[in-house]
Design a protein around this ligand. Structure first.
Ligand code: ZN
Length: 303
């Protein structure tokens, strides 16, 4: 009788573990902090954050919490997000006042240093020109007073990444037109199986970006056409970096909702976020991914 009870109790325990533990663990989503805020004339986060949240949720892999910083000139003394609860931070943040308290900066640095993932999206690389650790994380950035003191220019020449110490300001782009993105490293999990070249929807093509460029691999470039105020160079578009144990994915794409509707933007953001969080990409390239000569846009209803 007692043996029977023990067996029955054990059976229940195994059953409970199977029902409650294992299936939950297998389906556990990647925890993403979508960190946004600061009012910015060029990059308001209010329309773009719901879109980013929606496309990550559509990938079926992520649980996204939106965390919004105080506005420009606001009180940061109680803004203490716990980065360590997340596997990756997606930064939709264009600083207005560059006034993160030292404690917040240290907590962010330690998070990435200790292996936290970071995704730098478009205007986030305009932020914090004077914060050395942040610039090591993003590799290259533009505007907000950056110049040759921020680091050299980085671009591709004859198929190779070069740095150029010529003096001058950092950050430029022409009118928003479609442009072709060229894969430069097809062996990386983010770009594996992507077409060698694909046509991105009308967007700002960032050029003359500067920065330390340490531990940086450029996965894709685009030709910055002098006919559209461009440099005549192949400019970095998608990058991966390491900062301590942390993985960073940096995409300069996606100025506005029209540019973000590109199936190529959506897929690379979904893949880059998974990679920054886990070091792997399990997602298949979608069938509507753009071809070399044809833009492919998707309708996304973000709430
Ligand atoms: Zn922009």
């Amino acid at each position: 009788m007692r043996r029977g009870q023990r067996f029955f109790t054990g059976f229940l325990m195994v059953g409970a573990l199977t029902l409650c533990g294992l299936p939950l663990r297998a389906a556990e989503p990647i925890r993403v902090m979508l960190l946004d805020g600061q009012q910015s004339r060029s990059h308001p986060w209010e329309p773009t954050s719901p879109f980013l949240k929606e496309i990550l949720q559509q990938a079926g892999l992520f649980r996204v919490d939106q965390v919004t910083s105080p506005p420009v000139g606001g009180d940061f003394s109680r803004f203490k997000p716990d980065f360590t609860n997340y596997q990756v931070i997606l930064l939709n943040y264009d600083t207005g006042d560059d006034q993160w308290p030292a404690e917040l900066k240290t907590s962010f640095e330690q998070y990435v240093q200790n292996g936290g993932g970071l995704v730098v999206y478009h205007g986030a690389d305009n932020s914090f020109p004077g914060w050395r650790a942040f610039n090591l994380m993003i590799g290259i950035g533009g505007w907000r007073g950056r110049d040759e003191k921020s680091g050299p220019l980085w671009y591709f020449r004859e198929g190779k990444l070069v740095s150029d110490t010529s003096p001058g300001p950092a950050g430029s782009h022409g009118a928003r037109l479609p442009f072709q993105v060229v894969t430069r490293d097809a062996g990386h999990p983010i770009t594996r199986d992507l077409p060698k070249a694909w046509m991105h929807a009308a967007d700002e093509l960032y050029a003359t970006l500067r920065g330390p460029g340490e531990n940086m691999t450029v996965l894709a470039t685009a030709y910055s056409d002098p006919a559209n105020k461009g440099t005549g160079r192949d400019e970095p578009i998608l990058m991966v970096l390491s900062y301590g144990k942390g993985r960073v994915f940096h995409s300069v794409l996606g100025h506005d909702l029209a540019a973000m509707s590109c199936a190529g933007f959506i897929a690379t953001m979904q893949r880059g976020t998974e990679w920054a969080a886990t070091g792997k990409v399990t997602q298949k390239v979608p069938t509507d991914f753009p071809a070399a000569d044809k833009v492919s846009v998707r309708t996304v209803s973000a709430r």
